[in-house]
Design a protein around this ligand. Structure first.
Ligand code: PMP
Length: 429
């Protein structure tokens, strides 16, 4: 069996040291970082949108493409078997990474958006009499969600005749358990909630909320896109029926992601992609769908992406999620302190100390202008609504500026961010 994970050579002494983190060794894994942008060292602070890939991930994908590439599940020839093994080994690695147990299955998708669409459409797609969602049922989503965990539910409600109810955050952007309790009814069939809000960094009490919804008889959906690379509980410890995430936000490739969940819940989903690889038996008149996970993986999958995603999971675990999180929380605390001290700057959700990002607004200054001036200094941040427009409306805010951190970011980069924002505000006011 080929080894898909080249060794990550961190000196033992560095690994043992709790503080400071061995940043130089971590950064050396990410060649993209050692470039100049507009004459300045790149400070890449757009990690909530997409993180970069370490050499270990690229090497795993290069090896697959060089030695094993073939279509999976169909061939008797050696390469096809190697590719199938690589794909299934990636599935097993990722199941371990998220803490799945024997009652769970893991399906590869193109990313969080496809995973959430697969759930939302799968729950009404079987049609009248068969579907989980029926007229008069209730779907609950929350006011913190990325559009990917809201728009598919709007569509599911329209198609099934169910109603969509949004659990509103309070004025600080927090979700309250008693507010959820007030929305749960015997007809509540779904709760779809984020594990970490990409626009503010808010971490809702999702463990308790998933449990409350399951207790009420609903299927529970967790958007883990911003959480899976961090200190999340094991899937087996959560009352979670479906969990979605993307490779490119956890040091893995783009175009690959996961829908994991309880087997019996996944079996309820009508497949989104019908065709080859997802059928057991086909005649001109009808098809018998295959068992999980193939049933939900119609068509040729992104095998190299799956291999790369598994390598990213291994990379994260070799460094350690606790070590990464400690570093990220320290960077966020430093950024919140520095930015809040600037005149006319308001940080969103300042209480969210477990966040790996910071979003802020500045009086009289448009975020796009801040973002453009930061880019001139080599600092990459994101400006806009971050695909969470209703949350910004809830706050009565327009677009914001968001800096988001990954394990390779440094305190020095955060200092540069704060100084560059201060300078931008002086120039723009
Ligand atoms: N949910 C959250 C919380 C996100 O942050 C994102 C990406 N910004 C998504 C869903 C969508 O992920 P993708 O674009 O990889 O499908």
């Amino acid at each position: 069996m080929p080894n898909h994970q080249p060794p990550l050579t961190l000196p033992e002494a560095d690994r043992a040291a709790a503080a400071p983190p061995p940043l130089a060794a971590w950064r050396a894994q990410f060649p993209v970082l050692s470039q100049q942008i507009h004459g300045h060292a790149l400070a890449y602070l757009d990690n909530a949108a997409t993180t970069h890939m370490p050499l270990a991930v690229m090497e795993a994908m290069r090896r697959f493409e060089t030695h094993e590439r073939a279509n999976i599940h169909r061939g008797v020839h050696t390469l096809s078997q190697r590719a199938t093994d690589a794909f299934e080994q990636a599935r097993a690695t990722l199941k371990r990474f998220i803490g799945a147990d024997a009652g769970h299955e893991l399906v590869f998708t193109s990313g969080t958006t496809e995973s959430l669409n697969l759930v939302a459409q799968g729950l009404w797609g079987a049609g009248p009499g068969q579907a989980w969602l029926r007229p008069g049922d209730r779907i609950i989503s929350t006011g913190l969600e990325h559009h990917a965990n809201l728009v598919p539910w709007q569509h599911a409600a329209r198609m099934s005749g169910a109603e969509l109810v949004v659990l509103r955050p309070d004025a600080q952007g927090r979700l309250q358990q008693d507010a959820l309790a007030a929305l749960l009814t015997p007809r509540t069939r779904v709760l779809a909630i984020t594990a970490s809000a990409n626009a503010t960094g808010e971490r809702p009490p999702y463990e308790a909320m998933l449990a409350m919804a399951r207790q009420a008889g609903a299927l529970t959906v967790l958007d883990a896109a911003q959480a899976v690379g961090h200190g999340m509980p094991a899937l087996s410890a959560l009352a979670c029926d479906f969990m979605a995430f993307s490779g490119h936000k956890m040091y893995g490739p783009m175009g690959i992601g996961v829908l994991a969940g309880r087997r019996d819940a996944l079996e309820r989903l009508h497949p989104l992609r019908l065709g080859g690889d997802m059928v057991e038996d086909v005649s001109y008149e009808r098809a018998i769908y295959a068992a999980l996970p193939a049933r939900l993986e119609g068509g040729t999958p992104n095998v190299a992406g799956a291999v790369g995603l598994a390598a990213a999971a291994t990379f994260i675990d070799r460094i350690g999620r606790a070590a990464i999180d400690g570093h990220l929380h320290a960077l966020r605390a430093q950024a919140v302190a520095g930015l809040s001290a600037l005149p006319g700057v308001t940080v969103l959700a300042p209480h969210a100390t477990q966040a790996a990002l910071v979003s802020f607004v500045a009086d009289q200054v448009h975020p796009h202008d801040i973002g453009t001036l930061l880019d001139e200094r080599g600092i990459a941040v994101r400006t806009g609504h971050h695909c969470a427009q209703p949350l910004h409306d809830h706050f009565g805010l327009g677009p914001t500026t968001r800096a988001s951190f990954a394990l390779y970011n440094s305190a020095e980069e955060v200092e540069r961010l704060i100084a560059a924002v201060a300078r931008a505000l002086e120039m723009l006011r």
